[in-house]
Design a protein around this ligand. Structure first.
Ligand code: NAD
Ligand code: MG
Ligand code: MG
Ligand code: MG
Ligand code: MG
Ligand code: MG
Length: 329
Protein backbone atom coordinates (compact mmCIF):
# COMPACT_ATOMS: atom_id res chain seq x y z
CA UNK A 1 0.00 0.00 0.00
CA UNK A 2 1.16 3.49 -0.86
CA UNK A 3 0.20 6.27 1.55
CA UNK A 4 0.69 10.06 1.65
CA UNK A 5 4.17 9.69 3.11
CA UNK A 6 5.26 7.54 0.13
CA UNK A 7 4.30 10.12 -2.51
CA UNK A 8 5.67 13.59 -3.19
CA UNK A 9 3.45 16.33 -4.59
CA UNK A 10 6.58 18.36 -5.36
CA UNK A 11 7.06 16.15 -8.41
CA UNK A 12 4.15 18.01 -9.99
CA UNK A 13 5.52 21.44 -9.22
CA UNK A 14 6.18 23.48 -12.35
CA UNK A 15 4.07 21.09 -14.41
CA UNK A 16 0.64 21.68 -15.91
CA UNK A 17 -1.91 18.90 -15.59
CA UNK A 18 -4.51 18.77 -18.37
CA UNK A 19 -7.74 17.00 -17.46
CA UNK A 20 -9.56 15.95 -20.61
CA UNK A 21 -13.30 15.63 -19.87
CA UNK A 22 -15.27 17.05 -16.96
CA UNK A 23 -17.69 14.25 -16.09
CA UNK A 24 -17.85 12.03 -13.04
CA UNK A 25 -14.08 11.55 -12.65
CA UNK A 26 -12.98 14.68 -14.55
CA UNK A 27 -14.52 17.26 -12.24
CA UNK A 28 -13.22 15.48 -9.13
CA UNK A 29 -9.65 15.14 -10.40
CA UNK A 30 -9.51 18.74 -11.65
CA UNK A 31 -10.86 20.26 -8.44
CA UNK A 32 -8.87 18.06 -6.06
CA UNK A 33 -5.62 18.71 -7.91
CA UNK A 34 -6.32 22.43 -7.97
CA UNK A 35 -6.96 22.38 -4.22
CA UNK A 36 -3.68 20.48 -3.80
CA UNK A 37 -1.90 23.44 -5.39
CA UNK A 38 -1.37 21.89 -8.82
CA UNK A 39 -1.65 23.95 -12.03
CA UNK A 40 -4.69 22.50 -13.81
CA UNK A 41 -6.26 23.11 -17.20
CA UNK A 42 -9.45 21.38 -18.36
CA UNK A 43 -9.89 20.24 -21.97
CA UNK A 44 -13.46 20.25 -23.27
CA UNK A 45 -15.33 20.38 -26.56
CA UNK A 46 -16.32 23.98 -27.33
CA UNK A 47 -20.01 23.05 -27.14
CA UNK A 48 -19.67 21.11 -23.87
CA UNK A 49 -22.32 21.88 -21.27
CA UNK A 50 -19.71 21.33 -18.55
CA UNK A 51 -17.75 24.36 -19.66
CA UNK A 52 -19.73 26.88 -17.62
CA UNK A 53 -19.61 24.62 -14.59
CA UNK A 54 -15.82 24.28 -14.73
CA UNK A 55 -15.37 28.00 -15.27
CA UNK A 56 -17.64 28.75 -12.33
CA UNK A 57 -15.17 26.79 -10.22
CA UNK A 58 -12.45 29.12 -11.46
CA UNK A 59 -10.82 26.44 -13.64
CA UNK A 60 -9.16 27.33 -16.90
CA UNK A 61 -10.97 25.64 -19.80
CA UNK A 62 -9.49 25.14 -23.28
CA UNK A 63 -10.40 23.12 -26.35
CA UNK A 64 -9.19 19.51 -25.97
CA UNK A 65 -6.26 19.88 -28.40
CA UNK A 66 -4.99 23.05 -26.70
CA UNK A 67 -5.25 21.55 -23.22
CA UNK A 68 -3.42 18.41 -24.37
CA UNK A 69 -0.67 20.57 -25.81
CA UNK A 70 -0.32 22.62 -22.64
CA UNK A 71 -0.31 19.65 -20.32
CA UNK A 72 2.92 18.08 -19.19
CA UNK A 73 0.63 15.52 -17.62
CA UNK A 74 -2.51 14.68 -19.59
CA UNK A 75 -5.26 12.67 -17.90
CA UNK A 76 -7.90 11.23 -20.27
CA UNK A 77 -11.29 11.19 -18.57
CA UNK A 78 -13.72 10.87 -21.43
CA UNK A 79 -15.80 7.69 -21.89
CA UNK A 80 -13.62 4.68 -22.74
CA UNK A 81 -15.39 4.02 -26.05
CA UNK A 82 -14.69 7.60 -27.28
CA UNK A 83 -11.04 7.78 -26.24
CA UNK A 84 -9.41 6.31 -29.37
CA UNK A 85 -11.06 8.71 -31.82
CA UNK A 86 -10.46 11.80 -29.65
CA UNK A 87 -6.87 10.66 -29.13
CA UNK A 88 -6.23 10.50 -32.89
CA UNK A 89 -8.04 13.73 -33.68
CA UNK A 90 -7.11 16.02 -30.80
CA UNK A 91 -4.68 14.60 -28.27
CA UNK A 92 -1.88 12.61 -29.89
CA UNK A 93 -0.13 15.57 -31.46
CA UNK A 94 -0.01 17.53 -28.20
CA UNK A 95 1.81 14.84 -26.27
CA UNK A 96 5.48 15.81 -26.34
CA UNK A 97 8.37 13.46 -25.53
CA UNK A 98 8.71 13.15 -21.77
CA UNK A 99 5.05 14.03 -21.09
CA UNK A 100 2.98 11.71 -18.90
CA UNK A 101 -0.23 10.35 -20.37
CA UNK A 102 -2.65 9.12 -17.71
CA UNK A 103 -5.82 7.04 -17.62
CA UNK A 104 -8.33 6.10 -14.92
CA UNK A 105 -9.05 2.74 -16.54
CA UNK A 106 -6.77 0.58 -18.65
CA UNK A 107 -9.10 -0.36 -21.53
CA UNK A 108 -7.71 1.87 -24.30
CA UNK A 109 -4.08 0.97 -23.64
CA UNK A 110 -4.51 -2.68 -22.72
CA UNK A 111 -6.57 -3.44 -25.84
CA UNK A 112 -4.31 -1.38 -28.10
CA UNK A 113 -6.86 1.31 -28.97
CA UNK A 114 -4.33 4.00 -28.08
CA UNK A 115 -0.66 3.45 -28.87
CA UNK A 116 1.42 6.33 -27.49
CA UNK A 117 4.94 6.73 -28.87
CA UNK A 118 7.72 5.14 -26.86
CA UNK A 119 9.17 8.47 -25.68
CA UNK A 120 6.24 9.34 -23.39
CA UNK A 121 5.35 8.00 -19.97
CA UNK A 122 2.03 6.17 -19.66
CA UNK A 123 0.35 5.53 -16.34
CA UNK A 124 -2.91 4.99 -14.52
CA UNK A 125 -4.56 6.40 -11.42
CA UNK A 126 -7.94 4.76 -10.90
CA UNK A 127 -9.89 5.77 -7.81
CA UNK A 128 -12.07 2.93 -6.57
CA UNK A 129 -15.18 5.05 -6.34
CA UNK A 130 -17.36 7.37 -8.41
CA UNK A 131 -16.16 10.91 -9.00
CA UNK A 132 -18.56 12.54 -6.60
CA UNK A 133 -17.23 10.45 -3.75
CA UNK A 134 -13.65 11.24 -4.82
CA UNK A 135 -14.49 14.93 -4.54
CA UNK A 136 -16.55 14.76 -1.34
CA UNK A 137 -14.03 12.62 0.57
CA UNK A 138 -11.26 14.99 -0.45
CA UNK A 139 -13.18 18.01 0.81
CA UNK A 140 -13.68 16.22 4.11
CA UNK A 141 -9.93 15.72 4.42
CA UNK A 142 -10.19 12.04 3.52
CA UNK A 143 -9.77 10.09 0.30
CA UNK A 144 -10.98 7.19 -1.80
CA UNK A 145 -8.55 4.26 -2.24
CA UNK A 146 -7.12 3.88 -5.70
CA UNK A 147 -5.06 1.77 -8.07
CA UNK A 148 -1.88 3.01 -9.72
CA UNK A 149 0.08 1.54 -12.60
CA UNK A 150 2.85 2.38 -15.01
CA UNK A 151 2.54 1.02 -18.54
CA UNK A 152 5.54 2.78 -20.02
CA UNK A 153 8.38 4.59 -18.26
CA UNK A 154 10.30 6.68 -20.79
CA UNK A 155 11.70 9.22 -18.35
CA UNK A 156 12.51 7.05 -15.36
CA UNK A 157 10.15 9.34 -13.39
CA UNK A 158 6.82 7.81 -14.33
CA UNK A 159 6.11 6.00 -11.07
CA UNK A 160 6.89 8.99 -8.87
CA UNK A 161 4.72 11.27 -11.00
CA UNK A 162 1.85 8.77 -11.03
CA UNK A 163 1.98 8.53 -7.25
CA UNK A 164 2.16 12.33 -6.93
CA UNK A 165 -1.01 12.57 -9.02
CA UNK A 166 -2.68 9.94 -6.82
CA UNK A 167 -1.73 12.07 -3.82
CA UNK A 168 -3.07 15.21 -5.48
CA UNK A 169 -6.53 13.72 -5.86
CA UNK A 170 -6.52 12.31 -2.31
CA UNK A 171 -6.11 8.60 -3.01
CA UNK A 172 -2.94 8.14 -0.96
CA UNK A 173 -4.83 9.41 2.11
CA UNK A 174 -6.78 6.15 1.99
CA UNK A 175 -4.17 3.94 0.31
CA UNK A 176 -3.08 3.12 -3.21
CA UNK A 177 -2.44 -0.38 -4.54
CA UNK A 178 0.07 -0.75 -7.34
CA UNK A 179 -1.09 -2.92 -10.21
CA UNK A 180 -0.75 -3.31 -13.98
CA UNK A 181 -2.94 -2.12 -16.83
CA UNK A 182 -3.77 -5.73 -17.62
CA UNK A 183 -4.83 -6.64 -14.10
CA UNK A 184 -6.88 -3.47 -13.56
CA UNK A 185 -8.65 -3.75 -16.91
CA UNK A 186 -9.49 -7.44 -16.68
CA UNK A 187 -10.67 -7.39 -13.08
CA UNK A 188 -12.71 -4.22 -13.63
CA UNK A 189 -14.50 -5.67 -16.66
CA UNK A 190 -15.05 -9.00 -14.94
CA UNK A 191 -16.45 -7.39 -11.80
CA UNK A 192 -18.98 -5.29 -13.66
CA UNK A 193 -20.03 -8.08 -16.03
CA UNK A 194 -20.22 -11.06 -13.72
CA UNK A 195 -21.12 -9.53 -10.35
CA UNK A 196 -21.79 -5.82 -9.93
CA UNK A 197 -23.89 -5.07 -12.99
CA UNK A 198 -24.60 -8.08 -15.22
CA UNK A 199 -24.82 -10.73 -12.52
CA UNK A 200 -26.73 -8.56 -10.08
CA UNK A 201 -29.37 -7.21 -12.45
CA UNK A 202 -30.20 -10.70 -13.73
CA UNK A 203 -30.31 -12.08 -10.19
CA UNK A 204 -32.78 -9.36 -9.20
CA UNK A 205 -34.97 -9.83 -12.28
CA UNK A 206 -34.95 -13.62 -11.98
CA UNK A 207 -36.11 -13.37 -8.37
CA UNK A 208 -38.78 -10.79 -9.22
CA UNK A 209 -40.08 -12.82 -12.18
CA UNK A 210 -40.19 -16.02 -10.13
CA UNK A 211 -42.42 -14.42 -7.50
CA UNK A 212 -44.66 -12.60 -9.99
CA UNK A 213 -45.15 -15.71 -12.15
CA UNK A 214 -46.14 -17.61 -9.02
CA UNK A 215 -48.93 -15.08 -8.47
CA UNK A 216 -47.45 -12.82 -5.81
CA UNK A 217 -48.01 -9.06 -5.74
CA UNK A 218 -45.34 -7.42 -7.95
CA UNK A 219 -44.95 -4.65 -5.35
CA UNK A 220 -43.94 -7.17 -2.70
CA UNK A 221 -41.67 -8.86 -5.24
CA UNK A 222 -40.01 -5.48 -5.89
CA UNK A 223 -39.45 -4.83 -2.19
CA UNK A 224 -38.02 -8.29 -1.51
CA UNK A 225 -35.83 -8.65 -4.60
CA UNK A 226 -34.65 -5.10 -5.32
CA UNK A 227 -35.43 -2.50 -2.67
CA UNK A 228 -34.00 -4.46 0.27
CA UNK A 229 -30.75 -5.07 -1.58
CA UNK A 230 -29.43 -1.74 -0.39
CA UNK A 231 -29.72 -2.74 3.23
CA UNK A 232 -27.86 -5.98 2.62
CA UNK A 233 -25.19 -4.36 0.45
CA UNK A 234 -24.63 -1.62 3.04
CA UNK A 235 -24.05 -4.30 5.69
CA UNK A 236 -21.62 -6.17 3.43
CA UNK A 237 -19.85 -2.90 2.58
CA UNK A 238 -19.31 -2.22 6.26
CA UNK A 239 -18.64 -5.69 7.64
CA UNK A 240 -18.17 -8.13 4.80
CA UNK A 241 -20.37 -11.18 4.40
CA UNK A 242 -19.83 -12.16 8.04
CA UNK A 243 -20.93 -8.72 9.25
CA UNK A 244 -24.04 -8.90 7.10
CA UNK A 245 -24.90 -12.38 8.36
CA UNK A 246 -24.50 -11.19 11.91
CA UNK A 247 -27.20 -8.56 11.39
CA UNK A 248 -29.84 -10.57 9.55
CA UNK A 249 -32.22 -12.95 11.37
CA UNK A 250 -31.10 -16.51 12.01
CA UNK A 251 -33.85 -17.67 9.67
CA UNK A 252 -32.49 -15.49 6.89
CA UNK A 253 -28.96 -16.65 7.65
CA UNK A 254 -29.87 -20.35 7.56
CA UNK A 255 -31.70 -19.82 4.25
CA UNK A 256 -28.66 -17.99 2.91
CA UNK A 257 -26.24 -20.75 3.94
CA UNK A 258 -28.33 -23.63 2.63
CA UNK A 259 -29.92 -22.11 -0.53
CA UNK A 260 -27.48 -19.61 -2.00
CA UNK A 261 -25.27 -22.25 -3.65
CA UNK A 262 -28.30 -23.65 -5.46
CA UNK A 263 -28.91 -20.29 -7.13
CA UNK A 264 -25.27 -19.62 -8.00
CA UNK A 265 -24.05 -23.17 -8.64
CA UNK A 266 -21.69 -24.84 -11.12
CA UNK A 267 -23.39 -23.47 -14.28
CA UNK A 268 -22.99 -19.88 -13.05
CA UNK A 269 -19.37 -20.47 -12.08
CA UNK A 270 -18.74 -21.99 -15.51
CA UNK A 271 -20.33 -18.94 -17.15
CA UNK A 272 -18.10 -16.68 -15.04
CA UNK A 273 -15.00 -18.54 -16.24
CA UNK A 274 -16.14 -18.16 -19.85
CA UNK A 275 -16.81 -14.46 -19.37
CA UNK A 276 -13.35 -14.02 -17.86
CA UNK A 277 -11.79 -15.90 -20.78
CA UNK A 278 -13.54 -13.57 -23.27
CA UNK A 279 -12.13 -10.57 -21.39
CA UNK A 280 -8.63 -12.07 -21.31
CA UNK A 281 -8.59 -13.00 -24.99
CA UNK A 282 -9.80 -9.54 -26.05
CA UNK A 283 -13.04 -10.99 -27.47
CA UNK A 284 -15.23 -8.75 -25.32
CA UNK A 285 -13.19 -5.66 -26.20
CA UNK A 286 -13.40 -6.41 -29.95
CA UNK A 287 -17.17 -6.86 -29.66
CA UNK A 288 -17.62 -3.57 -27.76
CA UNK A 289 -15.37 -1.63 -30.15
CA UNK A 290 -17.24 -3.07 -33.17
CA UNK A 291 -20.58 -2.22 -31.54
CA UNK A 292 -19.50 1.43 -31.22
CA UNK A 293 -18.09 1.56 -34.75
CA UNK A 294 -21.45 0.28 -36.02
CA UNK A 295 -23.24 3.14 -34.27
CA UNK A 296 -24.28 1.31 -31.10
CA UNK A 297 -27.70 0.26 -32.43
CA UNK A 298 -27.67 -3.09 -30.70
CA UNK A 299 -26.57 -1.47 -27.43
CA UNK A 300 -29.40 1.04 -27.69
CA UNK A 301 -31.97 -1.70 -28.40
CA UNK A 302 -30.86 -3.76 -25.39
CA UNK A 303 -31.01 -0.64 -23.24
CA UNK A 304 -34.59 0.11 -24.34
CA UNK A 305 -35.68 -3.52 -23.78
CA UNK A 306 -34.34 -3.31 -20.24
CA UNK A 307 -36.36 -0.17 -19.57
CA UNK A 308 -39.61 -1.91 -20.54
CA UNK A 309 -39.33 -4.67 -17.93
CA UNK A 310 -42.24 -4.78 -15.46
CA UNK A 311 -39.89 -4.26 -12.52
CA UNK A 312 -39.13 -0.73 -13.79
CA UNK A 313 -42.78 0.29 -13.86
CA UNK A 314 -43.48 -1.14 -10.41
CA UNK A 315 -40.32 0.47 -9.07
CA UNK A 316 -41.23 3.92 -10.34
CA UNK A 317 -44.59 3.76 -8.54
CA UNK A 318 -43.10 2.50 -5.28
CA UNK A 319 -40.18 4.93 -5.23
CA UNK A 320 -42.66 7.78 -5.61
CA UNK A 321 -44.05 6.71 -2.21
CA UNK A 322 -40.62 6.98 -0.61
CA UNK A 323 -39.65 10.64 -0.69
CA UNK A 324 -36.31 10.00 1.00
CA UNK A 325 -35.08 8.21 -2.10
CA UNK A 326 -33.44 10.46 -4.69
CA UNK A 327 -35.64 9.10 -7.46
CA UNK A 328 -33.57 8.88 -10.61
CA UNK A 329 -35.90 6.74 -12.69
P1 NAD B 1 -18.32 10.55 -17.83
O1 NAD B 1 -19.21 9.93 -18.84
O2 NAD B 1 -18.87 10.90 -16.49
O3 NAD B 1 -17.67 11.89 -18.40
C1 NAD B 1 -17.16 11.96 -19.67
C2 NAD B 1 -16.70 13.38 -20.00
O4 NAD B 1 -16.13 13.33 -21.31
C3 NAD B 1 -17.82 14.40 -20.04
O5 NAD B 1 -17.29 15.63 -19.59
C4 NAD B 1 -18.11 14.50 -21.53
O6 NAD B 1 -18.63 15.76 -21.88
C5 NAD B 1 -16.73 14.32 -22.12
N1 NAD B 1 -16.74 13.82 -23.50
C6 NAD B 1 -17.51 12.84 -24.04
N2 NAD B 1 -17.22 12.67 -25.34
C7 NAD B 1 -16.23 13.56 -25.62
C8 NAD B 1 -15.52 13.88 -26.79
N3 NAD B 1 -15.77 13.23 -27.94
N4 NAD B 1 -14.57 14.84 -26.72
C9 NAD B 1 -14.31 15.48 -25.58
N5 NAD B 1 -14.97 15.22 -24.42
C10 NAD B 1 -15.91 14.28 -24.46
O7 NAD B 1 -17.05 9.58 -17.70
P2 NAD B 1 -16.42 8.94 -16.35
O8 NAD B 1 -17.38 7.97 -15.77
O9 NAD B 1 -15.86 10.03 -15.52
O10 NAD B 1 -15.25 8.06 -16.99
C11 NAD B 1 -14.03 8.63 -17.41
C12 NAD B 1 -12.94 7.58 -17.23
O11 NAD B 1 -12.82 7.25 -15.85
C13 NAD B 1 -13.20 6.27 -17.95
O12 NAD B 1 -11.97 5.77 -18.40
C14 NAD B 1 -13.76 5.38 -16.86
O13 NAD B 1 -13.57 4.00 -17.10
C15 NAD B 1 -12.93 5.85 -15.68
N6 NAD B 1 -13.48 5.58 -14.35
C16 NAD B 1 -14.77 5.93 -14.05
C17 NAD B 1 -15.25 5.72 -12.77
C18 NAD B 1 -16.65 6.14 -12.38
O14 NAD B 1 -17.06 5.79 -11.29
N7 NAD B 1 -17.40 6.87 -13.17
C19 NAD B 1 -14.43 5.11 -11.80
C20 NAD B 1 -13.11 4.80 -12.11
C21 NAD B 1 -12.65 5.04 -13.41
MG1 MG C 1 1.62 18.22 -23.81
MG1 MG D 1 -14.94 -0.94 -11.69
MG1 MG E 1 -15.52 -0.19 -15.38
MG1 MG F 1 -37.19 -9.93 4.25
MG1 MG G 1 -27.85 -13.49 12.51
Amino acid sequence: MIYDKDADLEKLRGKTVAIIGYGSQGHAHALNLRDSGVDVVVGLRPESSSRAEAEREGLRVLPVADAAREGDVVMILIPDERQAEVWEREIREGIAPGNLLLFAHGFSIHYGQIEPSSDVDVGMVAPKGPGHLVRRQFQEGKGVPGLAAVHQDATGQARELVLAYAKGIGCTRAGVIETTFREETETDLFGEQAVLCGGLTELVRAGFETLVKAGYDPRLAYFECLHELKLIVDLMYEGGITGMRHSISNTAEYGDLTRGKRVIGEPSRRAMKEILAEIQSGEFAREWIAENRAGGENFQRLREEGKRHQIEQVGRELRAMMPWIANRG
